[in-house]
Design a protein around this ligand. Sequence first.
Ligand code: PLP
Length: 330
Amino acid sequence: MALKAAIARRHFRDHGLEVGPERIVVGNGGKQVIFDALLATVDDGDEVLIPTPYWSAYALMTEVVGGRATFVPCAAEAGFKLDPAALDAAITPRTRWVVLNSPNNPTGAALSRDELLAIGAVFQRHPHVWVMTDDMYGRLRFDGAPPMTLAEVAPELADRLLTVDGASKTYAMTGWRIGWGIGPAPLMRAMANMQGQATAGVSTVGQAATAAALDGPQGGVAEQVVAYRRRRDLVVDALRAMPGVECHRPEGAFYVFPSIAALLGRHSRGGAAVDTCAAFATALLEEAHVATVPGRAFGGPGHLRLSTATDDATLVRACAAMADFVRDLR
Ligand code: PLP
């Protein structure tokens, strides 16, 4: 109850929304919260609609619980932002959930209040659809916008909206494994039943630490945002200086998602055929010792995902090694 009270205080402080403990569920990370929601609600063949590029877990979890992941592409040219008309067109009678993630893993794209409003309006036309907003990176924004969530701009969705958040990203507390969901009480009860049979409760030590993080001074978060923003610029500028690499400048989170499509079809200096983003990532790892994730894993082939959640010196070194690797492609 102490952690739920701290979550409710933060939800009110940041979003002006009051929620009681019956509308909050705490899990072992946001990951379990999302899994429990899908497990509790998705029947065989139900569709979970996911804007791409996306965090791989949404689709894989959907498959595990017997659902069907469906996708709506967000164009790089549009800054990887979800187009409300495309969302509208992708919803079918079988769509159970739509998953929104802003700022986004892997692209870093973050929706503005107006963009959220336009997306909320689409859901009003489809009352059978439930909406999951994954706000895990909501406080790591570089555009100066305050944290915002669909629940505050579209309060009419409250009885079919699940807001997911956690301590992992905002407070760099990944290992403490604390996440939470805020949503309608019947959904919370169903999710708690799933979790009750899987892992029982959540570590009391992690709960106490997270309550302290939520209620304590937030200056550390602002300091981290400054650091992540500096690292984003460092990495984006370095990538844009590499011939053949294109890179959107993210508005939030701590990832960068460059396109390396123009470089595919070449050979690395070690002789590897770099035909796909996966082959590129493997050669870059083996020959330049830089770890990235192929965009294909996020529904964004032809891209790489780089994490900027490390120190500046390491990023400078990694970018230099990648620039050498790219220069030597033949
Ligand atoms: N949502 C997104 C978009 C993520 O990137 C992650 C972790 O990488 C999570 C949720 C889950 O985080 P955790 O389970 O650590 O709370």
